[in-house]
Design a protein around this ligand. Structure first.
Ligand code: NAD
Length: 477
C-alpha cells in the first residue's frame, strides 16, 4: 500500500483540478506502467473489495433503507472480482504489441499497433449498484495503465464516504482518488480535461456530460438507461419465463439499468402469464414488507415518482395488479405491480420505470412486437423468451439494443468476454473485459521504416521516371 490522501467532501473546483494535476504529473512520470505495476493495482482493488465488502453492504443498506448483502454480493462484488481476475489472467495478451502487415510497396518497412495508456480517466457512477458501477470501469482503467478519479452518487452518501476512505487506504492519490459531492461537484468534475470519461447514469444527465466533455474533446463512454423490452414468444414455457422475469425485474426492486421495463406478450397468453408471475413472485418474495431480500426504493422522490406512474396509468384506464402482499411506504417498499391495458399516452410507457412495476403490452404477431420495439428509442437490453429459433433469429436480426439475453434476464452483463454498452439513447461505447481495456487505451499505429526504402523513388523532382513508376503503381495497385 502506498501513501494516502483524501479529497475533501465539498471539493472545490480548485481541489478537483489539484488532484487531476497530481494524477497527470504521475502519469507523465510513468507513461507506460509495466504489467507488474498494473497487476499490483488490480490486486489491491481485489483486496479492497474483499476486505470492505461488509462495510460497503452496511453503508448501502443505510443509504437505501433495506438492501441485502446477498444482493450486493451477487450483483456487485462477485462481478467486480470476476472482472479483476479476468483482467489479471488476460493482461499479458491485452498489453501485447500487435504486428500488422504492410503492403508490398512499403517493404521492407514494418508496422505495429502499440496499446498505450491514455492518462487520467474520470468515472462517474449512479446509486443503484454503487460498488459495481464505481469499480467495474476502474478495472479497465487499472488494466490499461491509467490513473483514475471516481465520483460516486450523492444518493448513496454513506457508501460514497466508505468508498473514499477505502480507496485512500489502498491507493495513492495519484493512482486512484474518490471525489464526493452532488450534481454541482459532478458538473465541475465532468469539466476536467480527462483523457477519457466513463459516465453511468440517466440519459438526460448523459447529454449534459457529453456536452461538458466535448468542450475539452474528451472522449466519453456513456452508459445510460432506457426502456428495455421483454418479448415473450408463443413458444415460451410460461412457468420458467415467469420465474426468470420476476427475478430480473424484482432484484434491487427493479432499480437496475437492464431490468425488464415492459413485456410484450401474445394476447392469448396474458392471463396465464399474470398467474405464473403471481406464483413466481410468491415463491421468491412471500412478503415484501419486512423482507430483507426486497430492496427499498432509494429515496422519497423516487418512491413518489413510482406512485405517480401507477396513478397516472390507472387514471388513463390501465388495470393495476399487485402481486402478493402490500408494500410499506415508511420504508419505501414498493409492491411488485403489473399494469395491464396500457397505452402510449401513459407516462409509464414513455419513461424508464426503474422500479418493480411491469406494464404488459399484448400483441398478435411477432412483427407487431418488433415494430413496437423499433418505434421507440434503442433500448439498453432486450430479452426474448421462447423455443422457436426462427422467431428468435428474426427478433435478433430486426431489433437493435445494447445487449440481449435469450430465455433469461440480465445474464449478458455478467459475461466478462461480452462488451457491455448501449446504443443510441441508451449509450455510447462499451466496456467490460478487453473492450474496457481498449476503451481506455490508445491503439497507437507505428510504422517503422527500414534503412532501404522504396519511398526515395517518389521524391521530387517528378520527371518521366517517376511518372512511369506512378503509372505502374496505379495499374497494379
Ligand atoms: P443520474 O444521471 O441522476 O446520476 C448519475 C451521476 O451523475 C451521479 O453521480 C450524479 O452526481 C451525476 N450528475 C448529476 N448531475 C450531473 C451533471 N449536471 N453533470 C455531471 N454529472 C452529474 O442517474 P442515477 O439516478 O444515479 O441513475 C439511474 C440512471 O442510470 C437510470 O437511467 C439507469 O438506467 C442508468 N444506469 C445505467 C447503467 C448502465 O450501465 N448503462 C447502469 C446503472 C444505471
Amino acid at each position: 500500500m502506498t501513501a494516502l490522501a483524501v479529497v475533501p467532501s465539498q471539493s472545490s473546483e480548485g481541489e478537483l483540478a489539484r488532484v487531476f494535476a497530481v494524477q497527470r504529473a504521475a502519469f507523465a512520470a510513468v507513461p507506460m506502467p509495466d504489467r507488474a505495476a498494473r497487476l499490483d493495482r488490480l490486486t489491491r482493488l481485489e483486496r479492497m473489495i474483499e476486505r470492505e465488502a461488509d462495510r460497503f453492504a452496511a453503508a448501502i443498506a443505510e443509504d437505501f433503507g433495506v438492501r441485502s448483502k446477498v444482493v450486493m454480493d451477487i450483483t456487485e462484488t462477485m462481478p467486480v472480482r470476476s472482472a479483476i481476475r479476468h483482467a489479471k489472467r488476460h493482461l499479458r495478451s491485452w498489453m501485447r504489441t500487435r504486428r500488422v502487415g504492410v503492403s508490398a510497396a512499403f517493404l521492407p518497412g514494418r508496422a505495429k499497433i502499440v496499446r498505450q495508456p491514455l492518462g487520467v480517466v474520470g468515472i462517474v457512477a449512479p446509486w443503484n449498484y454503487p460498488v459495481q458501477l464505481l469499480f467495474a470501469p476502474l478495472v479497465g482503467a487499472l488494466a490499461a495503465g491509467d490513473r483514475a478519479m471516481l465520483k460516486p452518487s450523492e444518493l448513496t452518501p454513506a457508501f460514497a464516504e466508505v468508498a473514499k476512505a477505502s480507496v485512500a487506504e489502498f491507493f495513492a492519490e495519484d493512482e486512484v482518488a474518490v471525489v464526493t459531492g452532488g450534481p454541482d461537484v459532478a458538473a465541475e468534475f465532468t469539466c476536467l480535461p480527462f483523457d477519457h470519461l466513463i459516465f453511468t447514469g440517466s440519459t438526460a444527465v448523459g447529454r449534459i456530460v457529453a456536452q461538458a466533455a466535448a468542450k475539452n474533446l474528451t472522449p466519453v463512454t456513456l452508459e445510460l438507461g432506457g426502456k428495455s423490452p421483454v418479448i415473450i414468444d408463443e413458444s415460451a414455457d410460461l412457468k420458467t419465463t415467469a420465474e426468470r422475469l420476476v427475478w430480473g425485474k424484482l432484484i434491487n426492486s427493479g432499480q437496475t439499468c437492464i431490468a425488464p421495463d415492459y413485456a410484450l406478450v401474445p394476447r392469448q397468453m396474458v392471463d396465464a402469464l399474470v398467474e405464473a408471475m403471481r406464483t413466481a413472485t410468491g415463491k421468491q418474495y412471500p412478503t415484501v414488507a419486512g423482507n430483507p431480500d426486497y430492496a427499498s426504493i432509494v429515496s422519497d422522490r423516487h418512491f413518489g415518482r413510482l406512485n405517480g406512474l401507477v396513478a397516472d396509468a390507472r387514471s388513463k384506464g390501465a388495470k393495476v395488479v399487485e402481486l402478493g402482499s402490500g408494500g410499506d411506504a415508511a420504508r419505501r417498499i414498493f409492491p411488485p405491480t403489473l399494469l395491464l391495458c396500457v397505452g402510449d399516452d401513459m407516462t409509464v410507457m414513455q419513461e424508464e420505470i426503474f422500479g418493480p412495476v411491469l406494464p404488459i403490452v399484448s400483441y398478435d404477431t411477432i412483427d407487431e412486437a418488433i415494430a413496437y420495439v423499433n418505434g421507440r428509442d434503442r433500448p439498453l437490453a432486450l430479452y426474448f423468451f421462447g423455443a422457436d429459433r426462427a422467431r428468435r433469429e428474426t427478433v435478433l436480426r430486426r431489433t437493435i439494443s445494447g445487449g440481449v439475453t435469450v430465455n433469461d434476464t440480465l445474464m449478458h452483463i455478467s459475461q466478462d468476454d461480452l462488451p457491455f454498452g448501449g446504443v443510441g439513447a441508451s449509450g455510447v461505447g462499451h466496456y467490460h473485459g478487453e473492450r474496457g481495456f481498449l476503451a481506455l487505451s490508445k491503439e497507437k499505429p507505428v510504422f517503422l521504416q527500414s534503412r532501404l526504402s522504396s519511398g526515395a523513388m517518389l521524391y521530387p523532382p517528378y520527371g518521366p521516371f517517376t511518372r512511369r513508376l506512378v503509372g505502374m503503381l496505379s495499374r497494379f495497385g
